[in-house]
Design a protein around this ligand. Sequence first.
Ligand code: SF4
Ligand code: SF4
Length: 249
Amino acid sequence: MKPKVAFFDFSSCEGCQLQIANLEEEILDLISIVDVVSFREVMKEHSDNYEIAFIEGSIMRPMDVTRLRNIRENAKILVALGACATIGGINKIRNQWPADEVKKEVYGDADIKDNRYFDAFQTKAIDEVVKVDYYIHGCPINRDEFKHVVTSLALGKEPIIPNYPVCVECKKNENICMFEKGEFCLGPITGAGCGAICPTHRSACDGCRGIISKPEVECVMDILKRYDLTYEELKSKSKLYNYSREANK
Ligand code: SF4
Ligand code: SF4
């Protein structure tokens, strides 16, 4: 029996699901080991009979909480898919300000009676609302990592998600360090698994896979010192995805 799999989206650009839809021929390998019963982006059919739920997006409204809890009840295994789901992602930038202030900025004097008004609260990652079994990090996700997770779960194995820094993959790729080029790179504190795709293409890491659980703080401080940078600059650079993988647990 193939496990039944469903995909769901909350507040997000749906780019992670698009990564899956773009697997093209490789999707045939995946549907030979799992049965996709719901995937709004690519099919009309829908069923609430599934074992594995993949969730993209952040939780931002009371109605999201109810829907997510229902999905959790239906699923044996729940996987957070992409930065918005795993760490809150770019959607969490607005948490720097109180929710009422953000709503005032967006809606002005409109209120809940206005049908264009969303009664949003501060952005939450999925595991701030329900238990998450596995995480596929990134903005967007890495397709190879997605295939690895699906294959592992279909075979009843534990997927391996790296918890070491992007620098490890970057060094394997023999890249010249972005700090040497005058760029501020978050590779030393960000979780690997993307193949260090950004520095490999001459762009500093913005930390989309979240901060690893035990960053080498002394090494990071050494890097800041060596390149005459400050902790304040590190915090400022981290604002785009400044969320630890452990923060919500
Ligand atoms: S470019 Fe970034 S990821 Fe690569 S070694 Fe330097 S700091 Fe680490
Ligand atoms: S290098 Fe950094 S920003 Fe780029 S995909 Fe990897 S974790 Fe995300």
